[in-house]
Design a protein around this ligand. Structure first.
Ligand SMILES: NC(=O)c1ccc[n+]([C@@H]2O[C@H](COP(=O)([O-])OP(=O)(O)OC[C@H]3O[C@@H](n4cnc5c(N)ncnc54)[C@H](O)[C@@H]3O)[C@@H](O)[C@H]2O)c1
Length: 328
């Protein structure tokens, strides 16, 4: 039986990865310090014999007994609200955490994958973004703590690959959505859905002409799995290139949720990228992967999930207001 360590396992993507690797017959070691994650996302796996959970902060020394075949390092605050609130932890998990896990992979001879992000492209000057684009990142801006942690993560992973011959994979994940996203993580989809469910108007930052492209979680997990199992060691974009303006998207959400809310506009946060769209040529050619779930279907499934949450959870939703953070 293959033995796989997944960090950030109680989070959105980590928990879906746990499900996938269990379904593939692996023994899964799930690690998380629950700083932004929730045990509810993985409690259904607790009774399984081939599932073990470690409540551990990966910025401290990491040990797992016995052999390991794969390590997937997904632990990191991942939404602007989170990494603006806990900037030092964000830098540490990308830097110290990645170093600790690379050391573990070297000791075990395990294949190592990091969850990188489209944020390494910053506010891109090239559209769509290919893996060869180096990015346009403000190192000292509020988002720099996340963007630079992820860029460092890629560099140290390649250094271990070149210097120690470690078998490594780098996935550059673009906006992903689906069940188990946190309502209060400040990302656009949970924010809109929370507002629609509470009967509030939908907040659009800027004039809403900025674009995003959203990938449904099942597609994302399939792409990640295929990349891990491939022999390709350079970064690969995994995301959905189907682009939409935030204003049009807000209108889609109003239609989907059957509410008659209005859209209200607030100032655009600092360094918020105007356009994000993955070039997925590499993923298509190397992995034979492309997204299959359309936005309408994905949003419907996601809305069903949010509708099932308690009223108490709904009240906890945080608005994506960065103005106070930006003043600091
Ligand atoms: N969801 C997306 O659209 C997206 C896009 C690009 C990249 N990513 C990357 O994918 C990964 C997972 O993102 P997500 O959306 O599932 O976020 P998430 O916040 O739901 O999950 C992250 C998990 O990491 C855990 N964690 C954070 N710091 C830790 C530490 N020091 N030790 C142990 N656990 C720690 C958190 O408790 C949480 O459970 C992140 O690395 C993120 O940067 C996600």
């Amino acid at each position: 039986m293959k033995r796989t360590l997944i960090t950030g396992a109680a989070g959105f993507l980590g928990s879906h990865l746990c499900d996938r690797f269990i379904a593939e017959g692996h023994e899964v070691f799930a690690m998380d310090n629950l700083i932004t994650g929730d045990l509810k996302n993985i409690e259904h796996l607790f009774p399984l014999e081939n599932f073990t959970f470690y409540n551990h902060d990966v910025t401290n020394f990491v040990h797992v007994p016995g052999k390991l075949d794969y390590i997937l390092h997904f632990a990191s605050p991942a939404s602007p609200i989170d990494y603006l609130k806990i900037p030092i932890q964000t830098l540490k998990v990308g830097a110290l955490g990645t170093h600790n896990l690379l050391g573990l992979a070297k000791e075990k001879g395990a294949r190592f994958m990091i969850a990188s992000t489209s944020e390494i492209y910053g506010d891109p000057l090239v559209h769509p973004q290919t893996e060869e684009y180096y990015g346009n990142v403000n190192t000292i801006g509020p988002r720099g703590v996340y963007d630079e942690a992820k860029r460092f993560q890629e560099s140290i992973t390649m250094a271990y690959h070149r210097f120690h011959g470690l078998d490594t994979r780098i996935v550059r994940i673009f906006n992903t959505y689906g069940p188990r996203m946190r309502l209060n993580d400040g990302r656009v989809i949970p924010a809109f859905m929370g507002q629609a469910l509470r009967g509030e108007d939908l907040t659009v930052f800027g004039d809403g002409s900025q674009t995003r492209s959203f990938c449904y979680v099942d597609d994302e997990i399939e792409g990640i799995y295929r990349l891990l199992m491939s022999d390709y060691t350079h970064p690969v974009n995994i995301g959905n290139p189907n682009e939409i303006t935030i204003k049009d998207f807000a209108e889609e959400i109003i239609k989907l949720t059957g509410t008659d809310q209005k859209i209200i506009y607030k100032p655009l946060p600092k360094d918020d990228p105007m356009q994000r769209q993955p070039d997925i040529t590499k993923a298509k050619e190397i992995l034979g992967w492309e997204p299959k779930v359309g936005r309408e279907e994905g949003m419907r499934k996601t809305f069903e999930y949010f509708k099932g949450l308690s009223k108490e959870d709904l009240e906890k939703t945080e608005h994506r207001d960065f103005t106070t953070h930006n003043k600091k």
